[in-house]
Design a protein around this ligand. Structure first.
Ligand SMILES: Nc1nc2c(ncn2[C@@H]2O[C@H](COP(=O)(O)OP(=O)(O)O)[C@@H](O)[C@H]2O)c(=O)[nH]1
Ligand SMILES: [Mg+2]
Length: 635
């Protein structure tokens, strides 16, 4: 069976036309396709060999690779041509542009098999719409002041550019008179991989632009600058405009080495609609997108691809070990094979014991984490009690004489609730962060231990048949700082005890002391209840997350053992039958081994391409790539 579409190796693709401009090079998308094909093959072979853990593993790695996205946000003052630029990347006049400030809503564009537009509203509901109705939601004219309460619009679109895994985010103009537009834009910054900042050659950089730039710089991991609308300028004027922009960026935004890419988004779009490749090059958009693709490949894509390639390699190693073990077992005399099976089961039993010891250690560490959390909660509780009590006293002193009994009671209630709510709002995220970090540490350490155990199972199984271990698939550590798996709906409303009831017709000299005593009790209950909720909420989440995580580890451990056990059982069965049966099995295994080698070769070539991509950075502006050159891949 042919392995992947590697033989029909494609020339670098460069397509102009309605499908959008797509930069060539053995870029991210191409390598990803090949890796996905390798993973599909691994999956098929695992399935055929009845190794469910590897079937699942290959599927997961593929899913993660497919889901990987690059968020590119297009920023800049209104009317700089952001929307036109996005359309130019897509090669289609999809989003409305205009001479007047237009886009008022953040629009996300992702790949989809067909055009699909969904409007997401602030209250959480969604609604599909068509292209012709798009202006009614995302333009200032169709949706003035965002009266329709739109949160964002998500467009799925079959553009080759988006196929790269790119998510383009068009934003409303900052610095426009519409303040809420600017706010919307800011919200997207923390999640972007790169920002493309548009300047325009017909307008000098404005104060608003400089301010916006200074605000956004810290968020965007990487910032590209584009000088748009160069069609207005002669070549000499272009140089001047770029020099000027660079000077401003340096002097006013402290960006000493900003590279500014000149281009004409409008010409690029027109060229593509007309299918005019020459005009497209002249627009200088391709020069920029090539650089962008190199960046994506270098800064993010390569890490993602390399990780997937390593995982595929490990899965192959594990598959290969199983195959070779089965072949060896077929040639082992029956008595010897039975001895080996006994040894294997003994080894499994001792590993099982170690796993239980591990679980015990984990439990201890969990208790310590909860204990630390408890200390924090108690400290907060004590601080709040003291603070609220003091606040209450001074309130009494300041206002006691001026207010009626009823008013005084109300003032104290109000004070308590606002103060505590504020304190909780500040403290909860901190505690949560700490708990999350503690949990991540715990999980990381425990994953390491379990992986050591799994490695040991694999090693000892291989040793039974004098085979080397060529890689194994462990449990992945938590991705990023994913923290706790479970997020409960954040409860912001204070849990309040029953209101204090003291008759307000009492004279002050009796009412006063009564009120103080009641209020002291009330503070206790109020703080205690709310801290109790935080405690319950967090520990519940930690326990549930941990449960899920342990299940994952246990499944992996069990699957590793089950895989080898299944091989041994199968061979024993065959050995107990006749020689023809063994010969048939051997032939089948040889066939599988050949397939495995072919997959391995393909994978190896992908790794070499990955390394080549590292060795040839796109432009001089790229980072030094020597760091990427690890040991030479050998097939
Ligand atoms: N001459 C010229 N005009 C452009 C170019 N790009 C955009 N425009 C025009 O600038 C105006 C504002 O564009 P738009 O994309 O809506 O800007 P946005 O507010 O930044 O999204 C429109 O009239 C566009 O046609 C360009 O490269 N050259
Ligand atoms: Mg716009």
């Amino acid at each position: 069976m042919a392995v992947t579409g590697f033989s029909e190796s494609k020339e670098p693709v460069r397509v102009a036309g309605p499908s959008g401009y797509f930069p060539g090079t053995a870029g991210f998308s191409e390598l990803r396709e090949r890796l996905l094909a390798v993973l599909r093959e691994i999956r098929a072979l695992s399935m055929e060999r009845n190794v469910p853990s590897l079937t699942g593993y290959a599927g997961e790695v593929a899913a993660r690779l497919t889901a990987n996205r690059f968020h590119l946000v297009v920023l800049g003052q209104f009317k700089r041509g952001k929307t036109t630029f996005v359309n130019a990347l897509l090669g289609e006049n999809l989003l409305p542009t205009a001479v007047v400030p237009l886009t008022s809503i953040v629009t996300l564009l992702e790949y989809g098999k067909e055009l699909d537009i969904t409007v997401h509203f602030q209250d959480g509901h969604r609604q599909k719409t068509g292209v012709t109705d798009l202006p009614a939601y995302i333009t200032e004219e169709g949706n003035p002041g965002n009266e329709k309460k739109v949160r964002q619009v998500v467009i799925h679109y079959p553009s080759r550019y988006l196929r790269n895994g790119v998510v383009l985010i068009d934003t409303p103009g900052v610095g426009s008179i519409y303040r809420n537009n600017t706010d919307e834009t800011y919200k997207y910054l923390p999640m972007v991989d790169a920002a493309i900042f548009l300047l325009s050659s017909d307008q000098p950089i404005s104060q608003a632009e400089v301010e916006f730039l200074n605000d956004t710089r810290q968020y965007a991991a990487k910032m590209f600058f584009i000088m748009n609308k160069i069609d207005y300028l002669s070549p000499a004027e272009r140089r001047e405009a770029i020099d000027f922009a660079r000077r401003v960026l340096k002097e006013r935004a402290g960006l000493a080495d900003a590279v500014v890419y000149p281009l004409s988004a409008r010409q690029a779009l027109e060229a593509q609609l007309a299918g005019d490749e020459e005009a497209l090059e002249a627009s200088q958009l391709p020069a920029f997108t090539r650089r962008l693709e190199t960046f994506l490949m270098e800064e993010k894509g390569r890490t993602v691809l390399e990780a997937a390639a390593t995982r595929a390699d490990n899965a192959l190693g594990e598959l290969k070990l199983g195959l070779e073990m089965e072949l060896r077992a077929l040639d082992t005399p029956l008595q010897e094979l039975q001895d080996k099976i006994r040894l294997f089961e003994e080894m499994v039993a001792s590993m099982e014991q170690e796993r239980q010891d591990n679980a015990y250690i984990l439990k201890g560490e969990l208790d310590r984490l909860l204990e630390r959390m408890e200390q924090d909660i108690v400290r907060f509780q004590e601080e709040q009690n003291a603070k609220l009590l003091a606040g209450m006293r001074s309130l009494y002193q300041e206002k006691g004489s001026r207010l009626s009994n009823r008013q005084l009671l109300q003032a104290m209630e109000d004070y308590l609730q606002t103060e505590l709510q504020q304190a909780l709002d500040q403290w909860r995220p901190l505690l949560e962060k700490q708990a999350g970090e503690g949990f991540t540490r715990l999980v990381t350490r425990f994953t390491g231990r379990t992986n050591q155990l799994i490695a040991e199972v694999v090693r000892q199984s291989a040793q039974l048949f004098n085979l080397p271990v060529q890689g194994f698939t462990g449990v992945e550590p938590l991705e990023s700082e994913s923290r706790l798996y479970y997020v409960f709906a954040e409860e912001r409303t204070l849990l309040t005890p029953d209101p204090v009831k003291i008759s307000s017709v009492l004279p002050r000299f009796i009412f006063g002391p009564l009120l103080k005593g009641e209020m002291r009790r009330r503070i206790d209950v109020l703080v205690d209840r709310n801290c109790g909720r935080v405690r319950y909420d967090l520990s519940e989440r930690i326990l549930k997350s941990l449960q899920q995580f342990r299940r994952q580890l246990d499944d992996k451990f069990d699957a590793t053992i089950a895989g080898t056990r299944e091989i041994l059982r199968r061979t024993l069965q065959q050995r107990e039958k006749n020689q023809t049966e063994v010969a048939i099995a051997r032939e089948r295994l040889a066939g599988q081994l050949n397939r495995l080698k072919a997959i391995g070769d393909t994978l190896c070539r992908v790794k070499i391409m990955l390394q080549d991509a590292a060795a040839k950075p796109g432009t001089a502006a790229g980072p030094t790539t020597n760091d990427y050159l690890k040991e030479q891949v050998q097939c």
